[in-house]
Design a protein. Sequence first.
Length: 265
Amino acid sequence: MNKISFDLTGKVALVTGATHGIGMAVAKGLAQQGAKICVNDIDQTKLEACEEAYRKDGVEVYRLIFDVTSEADVDRGISQIERDVGPIDILVNNAGIIKRIPILDMDIAEFKQVIEVDLVSPLIVSKRVVRSMIKRRAGKIINMCSMMSVYGRQNVSAYASAKGGLKLLTQNMCCEWAKYNININGIGPGYIATAQTAPIRVGGHPFNDLVMTRTPANRWGEPEDLAGAAILLASEAGRFINGQVIYVDGGILANFGYVQGENEP
Ligand code: NAP
Ligand code: GCO
């Protein structure tokens, strides 16, 4: 049997929204396997600041600002990467936002903004990048989904609508592009300790108790917990995985919840 390869040497990876958080952890994981990392963000200051955070882990990155919601900006950015670094072998659609607003209080414009970033932009970036993957009959696309790809919860209707849609968009990309030897999958993180969840995690926020109750691993996830799934989906080892979402959630989706003290050992 041939050796199962997780090696990414010689591969060009683009991770959107990767100046910190989950995107940075995933990018560092891909770099550990040999990939050349391209980091995108919408904020030039954060793009400049992240270089040292990568370098201290031995990762030299190509950094480029573009707004993933803008077709023109994405075309400019991808064209520059293809010129300066090479065709993209691995795309991680990680960039995302969330708004925690009750439906009745949320402006339609606010709803649309979340949909634009979290659902439409993975489509925009994938459509631009996949052109060369189809020509080369090879490529890996990873869409950053969520627990909210399968659950709703109060106040995150726009985010859940986007992430639910992203799960099905991932499946539809698989239906149309797998025949070109392209793997399109998702990662569904559980509750991860990043800037995005800080408002519901720090300062004794009651949501923290819910996460502890719902997560059998009894901890918040760390961004680095997601790197292994990304490496699998980006490598030859994952060559027959397609249209799937791998949930990296400490057991949340397996668990209805538990009551403290009930038959505790
Ligand atoms: P985060 O800290 O908010 O990072 C999101 C990144 O996306 C930031 O770098 C942000 O840039 C970038 N971004 C936002 N809008 C953009 C745009 N228009 N163009 C380019 N970049 C843009 O979030 P995170 O916790 O690391 O989450 C990363 C991804 O995982 C998101 O898709 C999120 O929905 C998903 N996720 C997170 C969790 C969790 O518990 N943290 C769980 C499941 C899924 P700026 O900082 O410059 O605005
Ligand atoms: C929230 C959280 C979640 C996480 C993640 C869970 O307010 O419920 O921010 O949405 O970010 O998506 O998988």
